[in-house]
Ligand binder design. Structure first.
Ligand code: UTP
Length: 300
């Protein structure tokens, strides 16, 4: 395995069907749902760029053309904005495409996150890489992926992002049992075991795996050897559990605010959060929120 000093590529699995957002996702990829004025996936791509990883690999499937169009140069739009002297907008549009190199990999059938990562094998080759699940939008400084790369450069092994979640949430996540005999520094733990969506009484901790990973290329062999689960999917967590038999794996508690925009409530919270951080919107939006009658209910 080539031990490059840094991570050069970030994989964005985006071939899922987005069933939790139907009917919005019937003809539109969930990655293109908008938080204020940017599609969700653009937040993740900007995080990768700000983390020093401009090479983006997007795993797509049927009905995902809007993602490719979004990250493609829009010649007509650019010349229209230029002619009208709309320089600020033109700059914003150019900033989407200029700093990145994008490659697309097709996942023929949505057979799970592990299967989506496996589809990038030929493109990634023999080097470590990042995986970003765009649903998890993380507001952090330094950016979440940058924090993880710094940990990777120290431990030289797979690093999974984790967050401490409330007891009632552990059964919705992959949960990590840690081995803390070695002092790896603040927020870093060595993984002893991984348990997918355990009931609360069998959860070894409240450290939940969230949507950022730094993986080494031996994950591909592990995923290939991983059996499909009951639903017929190849899960990344199952591949990681197999890999754990062969090498140490680490987790890192991200320092930042994470929004799970993959469910409706998390998505709504993220819109409010990011709108309140926008200089052009914060003040009038805050006044609007304060004016709301929050006792309003479905029956009133
Ligand atoms: P999710 O579990 O959120 O599934 O996938 P989903 O299909 O996107 O959404 P729901 O649950 O039906 O609403 C986690 C990530 O893995 C990708 C998704 O696009 C998402 O980024 N994924 C999932 C794939 O790329 N391929 C798959 O086969 C499954």
């Amino acid at each position: 395995m080539r031990m490059t000093a840094t991570i050069r590529r970030a994989v964005f699995p985006a071939a899922g069907l987005g069933t939790r957002f139907l009917p919005a996702t019937k003809a539109q990829p969930k990655e293109m749902l908008v938080l204020v004025d940017k599609p969700v996936i653009q937040y993740g791509v900007e995080e990768a760029v700000q983390s020093g990883v401009p090479n983006i690999v997007i795993v797509t499937g049927r009905g995902k053309n809007a993602i490719e169009d979004h990250f493609d140069v829009a010649v007509e739009l650019e010349s229209f904005l230029q002619q009208r002297g709309k320089d600020a907008l033109l700059e914003q549009i150019r900033k989407i495409t200029e700093p990145i190199n994008v490659a697309y990999v097709r996942q023929g059938e949505p057979l799970g996150l592990g299967h989506a990562v496996l589809a990038t094998r030929n493109l990634i080759g023999d080097e470590p890489f990042a995986v970003i699940l765009g649903d998890d939008v993380i507001d952090a400084s330094p950016p979440a992926l940058r924090q993880m790369i710094e940990v990777y450069e120290r431990v030289r092994g797979p690093v999974l992002a984790v967050e401490r979640v409330a007891a009632e949430e552990v059964s919705s996540y992959g949960i990590v049992a840690t081995d803390d005999r070695e002092d790896l520094g603040r927020r870093v733990h060595r993984v002893k075991d991984l348990v997918e969506k355990p009931p609360l009484d069998r959860a070894p901790s409240n450290l939940a795996i969230i949507g950022r990973y730094i993986l080494t290329p031996d994950i591909f062999g592990a995923l290939e050897a991983t059996a499909r689960d009951r639903t017929g999917e190849i899960q990344l967590t199952d591949g990681l559990r197999r890999l754990l038999r062969e090498r140490p794996i680490y987790v890192y508690e991200i320092d930042g605010v994470r929004h799970d925009t993959g469910n409706k409530l998390g998505f709504l919270k993220a819109i409010v959060y990011f709108a309140l951080r926008r200089p052009d919107l914060a003040e009038p939006f805050r006044r609007y929120l304060e004016s709301l009658d929050l006792k309003i209910g479905v029956n009133t």
